[in-house]
Design a protein around this ligand. Structure first.
Ligand code: FAD
Ligand code: MLT
Ligand code: ZN
Length: 452
């Protein structure tokens, strides 16, 4: 089957874009964390929406499941193929000119976040979502996971930036809503439905994205704080001051020590080691430096930077957590959110239950969003015991089992903790309406047997 399919797909996309060599395909079979290992029959790299449609028609005729893969930086195993074709989107890389009238632009699903950011900057505008995987994560992956990142408190997640999508249904039909109309009340919002659908409903080929005015000035402060409670309180008071709070990031002494030992960075405050750290960033048309400096003046330890180099140096302590954690083992990445006021109690409980089981906990997150990244290192990749315990604790505290990474394969067993039977039945019916044969990313988001 693979040979016949490979030659049919080669006629569609060209032989150079059908990959079948085992050592090459292997790179598409494992996720960024190394926790999820699958098996792909081949990798196909279409360059246009029409080619995506022809690929999907060929796979539907067999039938053989298809898994969309962008930058493969997802953290819930959602882009890992299990006896499926990998449809790599990286050649869908068209960047159309910025439409200055609407402050929008249409880009291919395979465009990376940093290419998109540079393109917007070239037109004197900015893209509101930012995250540390910017050089590799793609627009399609960010749409499919409804990525959050560092600026959600100011601009919302990916969903808030999407003005419309073009996507290919599993039978090869194309749906396209790229006009970017601010007002368009013509029934169900199909683009909205595809945001966060994790490759299970359709393959996103292009996105119409909103842009924002770039702030004239930006300032970053790193503070030493006594713990989660102080971080939550300080974040709320800076937000209330109305000085353009754009990011509020929390990490702890053990995470900082890990980052410093893995990267060689010197700790920010020399020998002084506060229990926790809060990174605040404000941006706006007026320079917020003096106002932010005044608001954090009572912190025992603080550093403030307004220049790009100084700001990047402060951000490195936070942004390099993910790679530092990956260097000590295969992490169980539990991205949850709770109401911010409950964060101190939840963070303490999560740490307690992980450490009581003899595992290592590394916590950090987006404090204004109540979003904690609970990383568990120690248990085998297949051992789900602590995953379940942490996710149940988040729900008990009024939170959700996934804040921004999605459900993927990692969290399907616990989806019912966050979704009611009526919601799950509706989601299953939506899946059947888009993908009646169950060909797109089976086993991801909704539990279900692989198709084919
Ligand atoms: P992939 O990993 O390739 O795919 C992710 C999911 O989307 C899969 O289910 C896949 O099937 C589906 N998909 C991909 N492309 C398409 C398409 N064109 N059509 C339909 N479905 C598709 N996430 C955050 O939310 N916030 C963060 O702050 C953040 N920081 C990160 C930092 C690091 C260092 C790393 C490694 C990851 C981080 N992530 C973060 C997670 C990840 O970057 C995001 O989930 C991102 O959106 C994934 O994009 P991708 O192109 O790599 O998608
Ligand atoms: C982040 O905020 O850096 C990410 O979501 C990545 C992670 O959770 O490791
Ligand atoms: Zn995050």
């Amino acid at each position: 089957v693979t040979g016949a399919l490979a030659s049919e797909l080669a006629d569609v996309v060209g032989p150079a874009h059908v990959l079948t060599a085992r050592d090459v395909v292997a790179g598409y079979e494992v996720d960024w964390t190394g926790r999820w290992h699958g098996r792909a029959s081949l990798v196909v790299r279409p360059g246009t929406a029409e080619e995506v449609a022809a690929v999907l028609r060929a796979c539907a005729a067999r039938p053989i499941p298809v898994v969309a893969q962008g930058g493969n930086t997802g953290l819930v195993g959602g882009a890992v193929p299990f006896d499926a074709v990998v449809l790599s989107t990286t050649r869908l890389s068209e960047l159309q000119p910025v439409d200055e009238g609407s402050a929008q632009m249409t880009v291919g699903a395979g465009v990376t976040l940093s290419a998109l950011q540079q393109h917007a900057e070239g037109a004197g505008l900015a893209f509101a979502v930012d995250l540390a995987a910017r050089d590799t994560a793609t627009v399609g992956g960010m749409v499919a996971t409804n990525a959050g990142g560092l600026h959600v408190l100011r601009h919302g997640p990916m969903r808030a930036q999407v003005a419309g999508l073009e996507a290919v249904l599993p039978d090869g039909r194309v749906i396209s809503r790229l006009a970017g109309l601010l007002k368009d009340n013509t029934g169900y919002d199909l683009s909205g439905l595809l945001v966060g659908s994790e490759g299970t409903l359709a393959i996103v080929t292009s996105a119409r994205l909103r842009l924002v005015p770039p702030p004239a000035a930006r300032v970053t402060a790193l503070l030493g704080v006594s713990g989660t409670e102080e971080a939550v309180a300080r974040t709320a008071s800076v937000w209330r001051a109305g000085i353009g709070l754009e990011a509020a990031e929390l990490f702890y002494d053990d995470g900082l020590a890990l980052v410093c030992s893995m990267t060689g960075l010197a700790p920010p405050f020399g020998r002084r080691r506060p229990p926790a750290y809060l990174l605040l960033e404000c941006a706006g048309p007026q320079d917020p430096t003096a106002a932010l400096a005044e608001l954090v003046a009572d912190a025992a330890d603080s550093a403030v930077a307004g220049d790009a180099r100084g700001r990047a140096a402060l951000w490195a302590y936070r942004e390099r957590h993910t790679e530092a954690i990956g260097a000590i083992g295969v992490p169980h990445k539990l991205d949850v959110s709770v109401p911010p006021g409950v964060l101190p109690r939840f963070a303490a409980e999560a740490r307690r239950l992980i450490e009581a089981a003899g595992a290592r906990a590394v916590l950090f997150g987006h404090v204004a969003d109540g979003n904690l990244h609970v990383n568990v290192v120690g248990p085998d990749p297949e051992d789900n015991t602590l995953d379940g315990a942490v996710l149940r604790a988040a729900v008990r505290h009024g939170g959700t089992i996934s804040a921004e990474h999605g459900i993927g394969r990692a969290k399907t067993p616990w989806l019912e903790l966050s979704r009611s039977p009526a919601e799950l039945a509706t989601m299953t019916a939506i899946k059947a309406a888009f993908d009646p044969a169950g060909l797109l990313n089976p086993g991801v988001l909704l539990p279900g047997p692989p198709a084919g």
